[in-house]
Unconditional design. Structure first.
Length: 161
């Protein structure tokens, strides 16, 4: 609860070095709870949006070493065959290179925007995906062969692993 008595999260764990009721609390944000409770009651599980891609963050140092047209974005690696991204026409990389101490998969599309929002990292793209549901559409702008291409992906449901 906040100082006005509004629920802001549900406690899930407390880290307490002394074993008492003093320590660091961990909670699920109330917005997350609101989003998943109905689905848990209806289906017994939560369905997460899924694109079916392996991705890596493109940073300026990698872009310079690889002589790419953009210096930030998300490198698309392997695609799941017949997954949402594959069906939308996104191209995955197949070539592996090493830049410094990092192994990168290159040769595929570079995602630079989602629904008009600039995407600079795989983490940013994951955040956008977490806010979506299976069946939602995302408009992606990718860099392919030094050109900007816009594609629409209809997200699927992340398979159980």
């Amino acid at each position: 609860m906040d100082s006005d008595g509004r629920m802001i999260g549900i406690n899930t764990a407390i880290f307490s070095p002394s074993g008492g009721n003093v320590g660091i609390g961990f909670a699920v944000p109330v917005d997350t709870v609101k989003r998943v409770v109905g689905e848990l009651l209806d289906k017994g599980y939560v369905a997460y949006a899924w694109m079916g891609v392996e991705m890596q963050t493109l940073i300026p140092r990698y872009a310079e070493a690889l002589d790419l047209a953009v210096d930030r974005g998300v490198l698309v690696g392997r695609l799941v065959r017949n997954g949402p991204a594959h069906r939308a026409g996104i191209r995955g990389g197949a070539d592996r290179v090493i830049v410094g101490n990092t192994r990168l998969v290159v040769g595929g599309d570079i995602i630079v925007e989602v629904d008009g929002q600039v995407i600079g990292s795989a983490e940013e793209l994951q955040r956008v995906l977490r806010a979506k549901k299976p069946g939602d559409k995302m408009r992606l702008t990718v860099v392919r062969d030094n050109r900007h291409v816009t594609l629409t992906v209809t997200l699927g449901e992340r398979p159980a692993e």
